[in-house]
Design a protein around this ligand. Sequence first.
Ligand SMILES: [Zn+2]
Length: 317
Amino acid sequence: MKREAFPWMLKVSKSVVQEALRNLGVAYAHWFEDLKKPKKQRRFHHPKFHKKSKDRDRFQLPNDQVKVDGPRVYIPKLGWVRMREALRFDGPIQRVTVSRKADHWFISLTVETADSQPLPQTDRAGGLDLGLKDFVVTSDGIKVQLLARLILLEQRQRRLQRELSRKVKGSKNRAKAKIKLARCLEAIANVREDFLHQLSIQILRAYDIIGIEDLNVAGMMKNHRLARAIARSAWSQFKEFLRYKADWYGKTVREVDRFFPSSQLCSTPGCAYQYHDLTLDERTWHCPECGVVHDRDINAAINVRNAVSSTGSACGA
Ligand SMILES: [Zn+2]
């Protein structure tokens, strides 16, 4: 059918079509398998048609047709293509995907490598308090804020989205606005991932056991809807990074129960006071039993740490 009905298909490597059909086969297999389960446990939908204008441009190539030589890669029908940087990992190539983000093309090469080496043990446990004012507060009193650049970029994204919606459908200006927005979204994803990768690895280097609190959404200020939306999506990605990297590097991540009163308990060793009336805008509070003045977030992070570590005796003050 290719020659008569879809002559444009001859312009690409025949394996591109084969890989697409293979993906379709996998999608159908998942769906059929899922149909045997009770309705509530199903995870897959019937495969959907892709559309050129809506779906991301991407295609897969079989690993034996792609060659990498330093900072260039051989792609069937295209020939040698320069890459921005050489492949950083040695080992047989397993999977090749070419995709477009904004107006850039990416090639993703999956390589089989040796398992990651575990990070050195530190014999320390740490607790994290995820918040809005500070993105992360550690039980050692370190406060890390979400990058201001990220918040600026998200504001820019909202503006570009509005601009796009005002452009006439099908016009050239609309196409231009679309590219602008796509570039902005790409920058946001890059800045955010870089920040979260670095933060998560620093935390995994510092501690063997890491306690995190299930998101403390109630503890958030009200008038910061945008900041809250940004922080919330960054938190879940951050936790995801922490978990899979902990698996790689031989560390442990434990989540504390949502109802654990981490902010209300006094973290001074030996003091069991609980401040039931703590309000959302109290950033510090004074323990009437041991006399210590607590920073709300650091106190919570210490309690989270004590909850996940068996020792729990380190000095909280
Ligand atoms: Zn106390």
